[in-house]
Design a protein around this ligand. Structure first.
Ligand SMILES: [Mg+2]
Length: 308
């Protein structure tokens, strides 16, 4: 990794509006290269080996020209964390103006999951509902959820393994999206997703960048949806570039998670349910971490770079 990238390193801590996967403060590292700002932001608990594709992506974003774009605005979905309580869910739904689909986190408690879905439906009756289970369910649990949940646009990673997804697929017509199965795989090119997954969830950092993600799309030949990992506006913008570079993009993308942050390095608005690719210039004011946290991230990057 080029020293000039490390010399440009800034690390920020972004407060969240609501608890999202146990996080109330999202730390991300940003550095700048010839082609602009790039984000490296694996979650804090990830081991170095799992961070390697995230760093490969950030280096690509900083040092490679952007791909050909088929669109400059990308349709997005609203993202609803696993929250309960009418007031809090209403507050989150209102963060996403004009979107035509909501992705709702489920999997911890069936009764609360169904209540959360019902509330989003009642607030936005015209929106499609998709759910993300993060692999939490058995085939039977996923089946009974789908029997009681009403119309679901797709179900993301209902079960953890390919075998379970294949078994579930025999029991339901609801489309199954593979997320962790792809991004946590030692070799995502070696997976046989036949009869198990209908749609690929693509997240640009864990999949190692735009070029490698296109190679995966070409390899698996499945419809795709682009999503994100609670990134800052810099990482989100790179996800928007990935979405813009995919010729066939049928589904709204999970790239509006910046609205779950109460502060960010730039503001990327939603207009008519879409977000624009914008190459934002980050504003670090009041967001940078302590010297100790900066050193932690710098060391993490240098260790991870050894693995590339
Ligand atoms: Mg997911």
């Amino acid at each position: 990794m080029d020293q000039s990238l490390l010399d440009s390193l800034r690390v920020v801590a972004l407060p969240t509006k609501t608890n999202f996967r146990g996080i109330n403060l999202r730390e991300v590292a940003l550095f700048k290269g010839e082609y602009g700002w790039a984000e490296f932001s694996p979650f804090l608990e990830y081991k170095d080996a799992e961070c390697a594709p995230w760093l490969a992506c950030a280096i690509e974003a900083a040092t490679q020209p952007r791909p050909h774009l088929f669109r400059s605005n990308v349709k997005v979905n609203g993202t609803i964390p696993a929250l309960n309580g009418a007031a809090e869910i209403t507050k989150i739904v209102e963060l996403f103006p004009g979107v035509s689909s909501f992705k709702i986190k489920v999997g911890e408690n069936l009764e609360l999951d169904l209540a959360r879905i019902q509330q989003v439906r009642s607030l936005r009756p015209d929106s499609a509902i998709r759910v993300d289970v993060n692999g939490a369910w058995s085939v039977d649990e996923a089946t009974s959820f789908l029997q009681s949940a009403g119309e679901i646009e797709y179900i993301e990673q209902p079960c953890a393994t390919v075998e379970e997804l294949r078994e579930l697929k025999k029991r339901t017509d609801v489309k199954i999206v593979g997320d962790e199965i792809l991004r946590k795989a030692v070799d995502p090119f070696a997976l046989d997703l036949n009869g198990a997954v209908d749609i690929l969830m693509l997240k640009v950092q864990p999949l190692g960048g735009i070029n490698r993600t296109h190679a995966l799309i070409n390899h698996h030949k499945l419809p795709v949806v682009v999503s994100s990992a609670l990134e800052s506006a810099i990482g989100i913008d790179y996800g928007l570039v990935l979405a813009g570079s995919i010729e066939k993009l049928e589904y709204g993308c999970g790239l509006a998670t910046g609205f779950l942050l109460s502060q960010d390095v730039a503001h990327l608005p939603i207009k008519d349910g879409q977000m624009a690719i914008s190459s934002p210039e980050p504003d670090f004011a009041g967001l940078e971490v302590s010297a100790e946290r900066f050193e932690w991230w710098k060391n993490r990057i240098m260790r991870t770079a050894e693995l590339l």
